[in-house]
Design a protein around this ligand. Structure first.
Ligand SMILES: [Fe+2]
Length: 384
């Protein structure tokens, strides 16, 4: 027994309609002047209108910063911070997909403390304090509402992360109604991302891998595995949407405390260089990293195989191989492109991607099997 520490978001509100009742959900926690961080798509779809009306009816002032892009850049983050300064924000709300939530986390940090961003990168380096922070996810995937991590794309297309309990939000508001209109392609990719969080958390070599994370990862895989195809075919299915949002959050809690590994490390260059959405980047390398890991540990995924795919059965030989094959089949049924080349990645980019993946040592140390640059290149070749 080496002991462990488990941190999560203090207040979790999981209820259909909770975003439309946002002022009630927040209470006095964020003060009276709220910087709302989102992306232009959410704004133009009107997804936030009811939430803003609720804030206004409660007498709370909101300033909406709606310029977050996919793979958010350092300059977008700094623009959000400037907007918050100029507005005199007392609290920050992130409203959207993983990108908006990530920008909101670091905006709350930089608005609340004098620590420069360049001193906050890495694990445990952000010191705070930060402004009060609430996150409202509109996709079921990142689990960002319960993780202490924010990923920003910096100069040279490098994805850099801040990981610190200081940026765990105060409040997460999960409202499945916000996800009812998500198109199937985004639903599929974000859902696979959540499954990867659970898989990598369960098998993480982090010294903080712990029984709570493993329990949450397994329940997450049950919910995600049972509902991911339903929500891709029938996006308006509220029950299945809520199960996905809950599964994504549980997987987030799992990996927030038992961090992800080589699937994410190898996915980041795919997103950073080619702007492939994070979930799809993960799906493209997932089976190949798992096969690489299983070469040295053939039973590595036996325990969780039937959580995601009950047809694989609770006992019996070869479930790790069957599990990896089932993930490949699932991606195909969800309509995700199977190979890196199908996502438009040229073969001659693979060496640069392998070199870039080596910068993700923060994640690679958690992988069940050490990954060298040559290994990364082999995995990319297999995925190409
Ligand atoms: Fe992820």
């Amino acid at each position: 027994m080496t002991g462990f520490q488990f941190n999560t978001t203090k207040s979790l509100i999981c209820r259909p309609g909770s975003a439309a009742d946002l002022a009630n959900s927040l209470g006095q926690a964020l003060g009276g002047r709220l910087l709302v961080v989102t992306d232009p798509g959410i704004r133009s779809l009107g997804l936030m209108d009811a939430a803003l009306a609720s804030l206004s009816a409660a007498g709370l002032e909101a300033h909406v910063f709606d310029r977050v892009e996919a793979d958010p850049s350092r300059s977008t983050l700094m623009a959000a911070v400037t907007a918050g300064h100029d507005f005199g924000a007392t609290g920050v709300i992130g409203f959207g997909g993983g990108s908006s939530l990530d920008v909101a986390k670091l905006a709350a940090l930089l608005l609340g403390s004098d620590q420069p961003l360049d001193e906050a990168w890495g694990v445990g380096n952000a010191k705070g304090p930060r402004l009060p922070l609430a996150l409202v996810p509109t996709t079921a995937g990142t689990g960002s509402e319960v993780t202490p991590v924010s990923i920003i794309t910096v100069e040279g297309d490098e994805k850099r992360g801040v990981s610190s309990p200081v940026i765990l939000p105060d409040i997460a508001v999960l409202d499945a109604d916000l996800t009812l209109g998500l198109p199937p392609a985004i639903t599929a990719a974000t859902g696979v991302d959540a499954m990867v969080h659970a898989i990598e958390a369960f098998t993480s070599r982090s010294p903080n891998n712990n029984p709570l994370s493993r329990m949450l990862a397994r329940e997450a895989l049950r919910l995600l595995g049972a509902n991911i195809e339903t929500v891709c075919k029938d996006g308006k299915n509220r029950q299945a949407r809520e199960a996905m949002l809950l599964g994504s959050m549980l997987a987030g809690q799992a990996f927030a405390n038992s961090p992800v590994a080589a699937v994410h490390a190898l996915a980041y260059p795919v997103g950073g260089i080619f702007h492939i959405p994070h979930g799809l980047s993960n799906a493209l390398v997932l089976p190949h990293v798992l096969r690489f890991n299983a070469q040295v540990e053939p039973g590595l995924y036996d325990e969780i195989a039937a959580d995601a795919f009950p047809a694989l059965g609770e006992t019996g030989q070869g479930r790790t191989t069957a599990f990896i094959d089932a993930l490949v089949d699932l991606s195909a049924r969800l309509g995700l492109p199977p190979r890196l080349r199908d996502a438009g990645i040229p073969e001659d980019a693979l060496p640069r991607m392998a070199a870039d993946a080596m910068k993700q040592q923060r994640l690679l140390v958690n992988n069940p099997r050490p990954v060298s640059e040559a290994d990364a290149l082999d995995i990319y070749r297999a995925a190409w």
